[in-house]
Design a protein around this ligand. Structure first.
Ligand code: AHR
Length: 330
């Protein structure tokens, strides 16, 4: 198995051979694109699906950035299934695309298919969610949010705004997905020093509005007035929960405090209406950063690229929502 440094050397060499194959090793791109000479690079992008508003913004961002960079983007929609993503990745390998971007649905189970890409010398960039693989040289770099920190930030906001005392129900994201695991852990790592913050129930809503609503309806039936706070791993599930809370005759934002993650437009609208209390940003506009990295990789300039490139997030609550909403880009 190649080690990290070998892989970087490999990708550097690949960049060089790409240049040489086009017969213009010393030429610069003739337009604003990152292509070299007449060669148009093809990038395969394997997306999780379209489970949330965040995901739609993410797909659009990658598509737009690829177009701006002059790449041909082949888009594969995993439709919420890892097996679909693995098939798509294998197919991109068979097609010998120049590079692959993978937004993995779940964290584990990628070793074999990434090895196939490595055997064909196709560089892989992991975007948004993380993978756990035995050999980290199977991917060049990870670009995405620090989702562990997002969980921490949600908990810190909650402690500050409930005087450290609350009964919480948690709506988790897709089981096994890195943001689910990280937001679960980050939140708990902060509240563990605050024994009066109690998680009374925790269930998956799969990052989907409809599932968030369904789970919340059931939780309200079981726990009734005990539910004081909803911690949702994304905005879509929080908005589903808001609908369930309203259907149960309660006032979201007042009777029940809601804190979630993403910072999509609909969350800001809910905050302006007073129904959502806080959202921790998770920026989906990752396309430009991804394409910049792809350009470096294809040019053989990835040796110094850091293995993890984290995007910084902010916290927004109801007190600032009105002033911020018009400047939101997703
Ligand atoms: O991986 C990022 C998460 O996936 C976002 O928080 C969620 O909305 C999306 O579906």
């Amino acid at each position: 198995m190649p080690r990290s440094s070998d892989s970087f050397a490999l990708f550097a060499l690949m960049g060089l051979s790409c240049l040489m194959a086009s017969g213009c090793a010393d030429s610069k791109p003739s337009d604003s694109s990152n292509n070299v000479g007449d060669r148009k690079y093809t990038i395969g992008f394997v997306q999780t699906g379209s489970e949330s508003d965040w995901r739609k913004a993410h797909s659009d961002s990658v598509r737009q950035a690829a177009e701006d960079a002059g790449y041909e983007l082949k888009f594969a929609d995993g439709q919420g299934k890892q097996e679909n993503q693995i098939k798509a990745l294998s197919s991109f390998v068979a097609q010998r695309v120049d590079a692959i971007i993978l937004s993995p649905l779940v964290e584990t189970g990628w070793d074999n298919v990434l090895e196939k890409a490595a055997q064909r010398n196709i560089p892989v960039l992991i975007l948004d969610r993380q993978v756990e693989v035995e050999d980290e040289s199977l991917f060049v770099t990870y670009i995405g949010a620090d989702t562990y920190n997002e969980g921490r930030l949600a908990a810190e906001w909650l402690i500050k705004n409930t005087d450290g005392k609350a009964k919480v129900v948690e709506l988790q994201g897709t089981p096994g997905a890195s943001p689910t695991l990280n937001r679960y852990k980050g939140f708990r790592d902060v509240i563990k020093d605050h024994p009066s913050i109690e998680i009374i129930a925790s269930q998956s809503g799969d990052f989907r509005l409809s599932k968030g609503k369904e789970v919340m309806e059931a939780l309200l039936k079981t726990h009734g007035d005990d539910v004081e706070v909803v911690y949702a791993h994304n905005d879509d599930m929080a908005i589903g929960a808001i609908q369930a809370i309203e259907d149960a005759g309660k006032k979201p934002g007042d009777d029940i405090v809601l804190v979630s993650i993403d910072g999509v437009k609909a969350a800001f609208e809910s905050m302006v209406e007073g129904k959502l209390n806080c959202t921790v940003e998770c920026n989906p506009l990752q396309g430009p950063m991804a394409m910049e990295a792809v350009a470096k990789i294809l040019a053989g300039e990835a040796e110094d690229m850091s293995k993890r490139q984290m995007i910084k997030d902010e916290v927004y609550d109801r007190s600032v929502a009105k002033d911020i909403i018009d400047s939101r880009k997703y």
